[in-house]
Design a protein around this ligand. Structure first.
Ligand code: SF4
Ligand code: SF4
Length: 386
């Protein structure tokens, strides 16, 4: 395994972290609040194999696998030397209604994980609105006191909002780390490349999640993209290309992968073992750029994300809606864009909130018929995939 430095903290972390949100499931079962569908022996075997091969960072969250991820990780930890493992979980900030709730939730999570402390505790899925709310509830004081008590060692947050919301959160506190969705395609989406660079410059260790877009960049390859990758003489899988592209960048401290099979664990460990900052040659980078351009050509709305149309008086996040719609066009059959639209995006920011006032239209240099296109977005993304 190759190790990298987590921002200014100086902590050495593996190039590959184990994300605990896609454990293998028992065939035919679905997780519910009452019933765990995770194939626990296999999940534990995969985590132990990863640890034996240098992956000593495990990332969970309250809600993963309907609440079963933390207990399953806890079972794996029981067979590992706790002082050699870095354990991360995330505070479900949406459940905190009063200041004391943060402490109560953390206690439950420590119990579920069978550990007395967390190496990293992140505020989960922050956006501009949720951060403001939990800040008012005193979450930053809570983090300070939990660190003084030794229940958590380092703080951070994971992020799901548009680019404009990212910088104020980074700048609001002395975080050790942040987790962002970033990959070959999402360079201007959510925190984006600008956010990655800003956080790294501020000294945060940036951990990348969804490096393969939930499998979109590995398995569900759009027609024509695979052929482009295959132009490279030394054949690599699209997954390896996507991971290598991330590891090439000095601002990326770690790439988290939610692995579902032992084969994926083995493959990713092999790729991480070959990783290095600046490893891609000029020709390889040029090929990656061609692939990015090919993905962009598949977009359905020619929005550049310039945001000249903003702010919308009704609160619609116009560029973000178009960006999600374009994702949906690029990855037919993938539920990622719909999931983000329906789950992570505030209802007030969705296309459905458009009042058709028309104020945005003359401001758009691309002359897009924004209200009409927002209807298209709503029609495509509001329903779950069949
Ligand atoms: S037309 Fe819709 S999106 Fe445009 S400014 Fe009016 S409410 Fe906002
Ligand atoms: S002004 Fe037009 S191109 Fe720019 S973000 Fe808004 S819709 Fe997209």
């Amino acid at each position: 395994m190759k190790y990298r430095t987590l921002g200014k903290s100086g902590i050495k972390v593996p190039a590959l972290g184990f994300g605990c949100m896609r454990f293998p499931l028992v065939s035919g079962r679905k997780n519910s609040k009452r019933r765990c569908a995770v194939d626990i022996p296999e999940a534990v075997r995969m985590m132990h194999y990863a640890f034996e091969h240098g992956v000593n960072y495990f990332d969970s969250a309250w809600g993963y696998h309907m609440g079963w991820s933390e207990p399953v990780l806890g079972k794996a930890l029981a067979g590992l030397p706790r002082d050699k493992v870095m354990v991360t979980t995330k505070s479900p900030v949406w459940l905190a209604k009063k200041p004391g709730d943060f402490r109560r939730l953390l206690s439950t999570q420590l119990r579920r994980l069978h550990t007395g402390y967390l190496d990293f505790y992140l505020l989960h899925a922050l956006n501009a609105k949720s951060f403001e709310r939990v800040r008012q509830l005193g979450v930053l004081d809570f983090l300070e006191s939990a660190m003084r008590e030794g229940r958590i060692r380092h703080t951070g947050f994971s992020f799901h909002d548009g680019p404009a919301a990212f910088k104020p959160i980074v700048d609001a506190y002395n975080w050790t780390t942040c987790q962002i969705q970033y990959n070959l395609v999402d360079t201007h989406h959510q925190a984006g490349q600008a956010g990655l660079r800003h956080a790294a410059k501020k000294g945060l260790g940036v951990i990348v999640m969804e490096p393969l877009r939930g499998g979109d960049l590995a398995g569900r390859i759009a027609p024509g993209i695979k052929a482009l990758w295959d132009e490279y003489p030394g054949r690599r899988t699209p997954a390896e290309w996507a991971l290598r592209w991330l590891w090439h960048q000095p601002e990326v401290s770690m790439v988290l992968s939610g692995m579902s099979t032992m084969q994926q664990v083995k493959d990713n460990i092999r790729y991480a073992g070959r990783s290095r900052i600046g490893a891609l040659s000029k020709d390889e980078l040029a090929l990656a750029s061609r692939v990015q351009r090919a993905y962009r050509k598949l977009r359905g709305i020619p929005c550049t994300g310039c945001a000249y149309c903003m702010p919308c008086p009704a609160g619609v996040a116009i560029p973000r809606n178009f960006s999600l719609y374009n994702d949906w066009c690029m990855f037919p059959g993938s539920d990622q864009a719909r999931l983000e639209y329906r789950t992570w995006m505030d209802a007030a920011n969705r296309a459905s909130a458009c009042k058709e006032c028309g104020q945005c239209v003359p401001k758009c240099p691309q002359q897009l018929a924004i209200p009409e296109l927002l209807k298209k977005v709503q029609a495509a993304l509001a329903r779950p995939s069949p």
